[in-house]
Design a protein around this ligand. Structure first.
Ligand code: SAM
Length: 307
């Protein structure tokens, strides 16, 4: 008996489960974006394993880290590094392989590539050159955390990592103070305490929040408390300041009565008084959602002395 698995059944990428066997046939020149586990290896999908076995090359954020995962699943596909420092350079050789009809997969150290991880430059270029890009969905800390947080999920905003510097972090948090959607942040363990403190001061001690730490691993913690109580919980237990964490904060219950508009030039001019062109462009991009490159060009112009 043959069952076809998966909601998306491309004719060239059908999953046929036949008495325990499944076959994947890959189309020429395809870039696969493959999610891998965020801790528990049991979370890898059948499609991920078969795709990683069958592609010609796997571009991995850290090849040493990924080799262990691949060995565990008896995957012997060649690996090449793809990280934030070489992505532009690697893009050309990956595109060249796709042009020759080969298959390439992108993976990151954990979870879904491009979600606070490398891959965007290559994926964008593959689209621009007309290659097919296929997601192989699977774990992501953001989705795992929000799915179990018990905070509203009908609308949420993923904010990635908060800035490391206190002033920039506070600026980002203040810009989100009245945001009605649930806020999801990735946080480095050594900054969790400071970020929680800043969240208390911007959102108030009573805003419901969730710490989702070490998800799918042995010391998984999922704690839902008002922000100040969550801060106290983390401060009281140094264990909670280690490992990997997602911080989720409920959105503002009252939407702002008026929307505030500020010109990009005004925002950039104020930021440039306190930081470099690059930092100003980055911060303005995270505050406004406008592209970082566009803002960088404009910030550069504004930073030049006038005629
Ligand atoms: N691409 C990954 C994903 O799809 O979730 C995220 C990569 S990002 C570089 C790493 C951050 O994700 C960590 O600092 C933490 O905020 C979050 N993270 C990753 N694994 C996690 C886990 N098992 N539990 C909680 N948070 C995790």
């Amino acid at each position: 008996m043959i069952f076809t698995l998966g909601l998306v059944c491309h004719t060239e990428l059908d999953y046929k489960l036949n008495q325990g066997d499944y076959n994947v046939s890959l189309q020429t020149g395809v870039l696969y974006v493959v999610a891998t586990p965020i801790g528990n290896l049991g979370d890898i999908t059948l499609r991920a394993i078969e795709t990683l076995r069958q592609v010609d090359l796997i571009a991995a954020e850290d090849t040493r880290h990924s080799r262990k995962l691949l060995e565990h699943f008896a995957i012997s596909t060649p690996l090449t590094p793809l990280h934030e420092h070489n992505e532009s350079r690697q893009m050309d050789s990956i595109l060249e392989m796709l042009a020759q009809g080969q298959q390439v997969a992108i993976i990151s150290d954990a979870g879904t590539p491009l979600i606070s991880d490398p891959g965007f430059i290559v994926v964008r270029a593959a689209h621009q050159q007309g290659f097919r890009v296929v997601p192989i969905p699977g774990p992501s800390a953001m989705i795992a955390a929000i799915s179990a947080a018990g905070l509203p999920t009908h609308r949420f905003t993923f904010e990635g990592f908060l800035p490391a510097k206190a002033a920039a972090r506070m600026a980002v948090l203040r810009a989100l103070q009245k945001e009605p959607r649930t806020l999801v942040f990735y946080e480095a363990p050594h900054r969790l305490r400071e970020s929680l403190e800043d969240c208390c001061s911007v959102f108030g001690d009573d805003r419901p929040a969730v710490l989702a730490r070490e998800l799918t691993k042995t010391y998984e913690t999922l704690r839902r408390l008002p922000l100040r109580a969550l801060y106290d919980f983390v401060v009281a237990d140094p264990e909670q300041q280690q490992g990997e964490a997602v911080l989720i904060v409920q959105g503002a219950t009252h939407a702002p009565s008026a929307s505030y508009e500020i010109s990009l030039d005004l925002l950039l001019t104020h930021l440039l008084a306190h930081m470099s062109v690059k930092s100003a462009a980055q911060l303005a991009a995270s505050l406004t959602g406008v592209g970082k490159n566009t803002l960088y060009d404009r910030a550069l112009q504004l930073s030049q002395p006038g005629p």
